[in-house]
Each structure stands twice: as C-alpha cells, then as structure tokens.
Design a protein around this ligand. Structure first.
Ligand code: DX5
Ligand code: ZN
Length: 219
C-alpha cells in the first residue's frame, strides 16, 4: 500500500500542536523530518533537542531525512522507534560503511537517499537489507522547489535497474515538489511513499486537511 510522509519543515512552528491533531485524525503514515547541517546542504533544520521533544507528542512514525555529513554520529542520538525510517545520503557518506554498520546493528529501516545527479548504478553496492530508496526530485535543502525535469526518466531507469538487481519491489520514496500532478505521474512510475510539503498540503505554510484526504484517495 502506498503511503504519505508529511514534511514538517513546511509547517508554521506556531501551529505545530494544532497540525499534529489534524495529521493524527487523518492517519498520515509518516512525519518527514528534514535534518540539515549547513554543510551537506546550505540550510539548517530543527535541532535534535527539538526533534526528540516533538517525538514524545505523537505515535506517528518518523521518516528522518538526514541531509548531513557524518550521519553515523547523529543516528545514535535520535529517539528511534520500531516503525521509523531513516534516510542517509549516498553523497554525504564517505563513511558509508560505518553508517551501514550502525543501522544494521540497531535494526534500523534504512533508506538510501539519492540526489538528482547521482546515477542509479550506485545501488549496485547497496546492501540487500536496505529498506528503500529516497529518490530526490529536487536538490536537497529547501522546500518549495520545482521538480528537475530529468527526474521522470531517471525514475523509469531506477525501476528497470532494481529489476536487474533482483529487487523490483524495493520501496521508493519520492521527495520534492510532489504536487497532485507529480504524485499521479510518480505513482504510475512505481513510487510508494510521497513526501508532502509546500507543493500540496502546506501551501502558504497552512495545513490543508482536504488536500490530505484527496491525496490519500489518489495513491
Ligand atoms: C527538500 C525537502 C523536502 C521538501 C518537500 O529538500 O527534503 O522534504 O520539504 O516538500 P516540497 O518540495 O513540496 O516543499
Ligand atoms: Zn526531505
């Protein structure tokens, strides 16, 4: 079954608790938590103290997107729960081995995030226990960007390559500019988790409940 992951960086922090009530009522599948360090991407996100406090207020699984260098240093500091997902970037990981070891030891559902310019063939060396791919359709770091047009063909290439590698059903999350039109296109191309932000449910940073219901019906 396909799922939605709501991008919290697109919310107005003033409305967090009200938004959380709506997101729980709508049974959203994940809260997408963008963590940034100002190095791997030229932006900063909420810090660990805030995120771990926020974590205590909901049972919605978290979908952590680590846009940071040295993810192996941060993963152990997250308040991880059984159904949470963690995406690390292939491009940030000159210590990929250490991060993979930590994830395996701790039984983490690990996703490998790929920038738009990163070729699908990097997946040849991915471990077979990887839980999924975070397929970026924009360069990471900022909400509200336009999809890179090369993303459509790359998604087809990815699906074909996963078939070749013998894992045609590996979960694919799509992150960046998922408006209604792109959701429809990427659903048909085989995506499974849709990150929803300013392009759909958080236009003008105000949560739109009707839009969540509509998208849940579409996927
Ligand atoms: C982009 C972030 C996304 C973003 C997605 O770097 O990873 O989570 O907020 O939402 P849009 O593109 O709709 O603002
Ligand atoms: Zn993200």
């Amino acid at each position: 079954m396909n799922k939605i992951s709501v991008s919290i960086m697109c919310a107005d922090p003033y409305n967090f608790s009200k938004d959380l009530e709506i997101l729980e009522e709508c049974n959203v599948d994940y809260l997408h938590i963008d963590i940034m360090d100002g190095h791997f991407v030229p932006n900063l996100g909420l810090g660990l103290d805030y995120i771990n406090k926020f974590r205590k207020h909901t049972n919605i699984p978290f979908d952590y997107h680590l846009m940071i260098e040295n993810p192996d240093k941060i993963i152990p500091k997250l308040d991880l729960r059984e159904d949470d997902l963690v995406s690390i970037h292939f491009e940030s990981s000159y210590r990929l081995e250490e991060t993979l070891d930590i994830a395996k030891e701790r039984n983490i559902k690990l996703f490998l995030a790929m920038n738009p310019g990163t070729p699908v063939r990097i997946l040849r060396s991915a471990p077979e226990w990887l839980a999924g791919i975070n397929f970026m359709t924009v360069n990471p770091g900022f909400a509200g960007q336009q999809i890179l047009p090369t993303s459509y063909k790359k998604m087809s290439r990815l699906k074909n390559y996963l078939k070749e590698l013998g894992c045609p059903d590996l979960t694919i999350e799509v992150d960046g500019n998922m408006d209604l039109e792109n959701i429809e296109v990427f659903k048909n191309l085989g995506a499974n988790i849709f990150v929803l932000g300013t392009s759909s449910i958080y236009k003008n940073h105000q949560l739109n409940k009707d839009e969540i219901i509509k998208i849940k019906g579409m996927i």
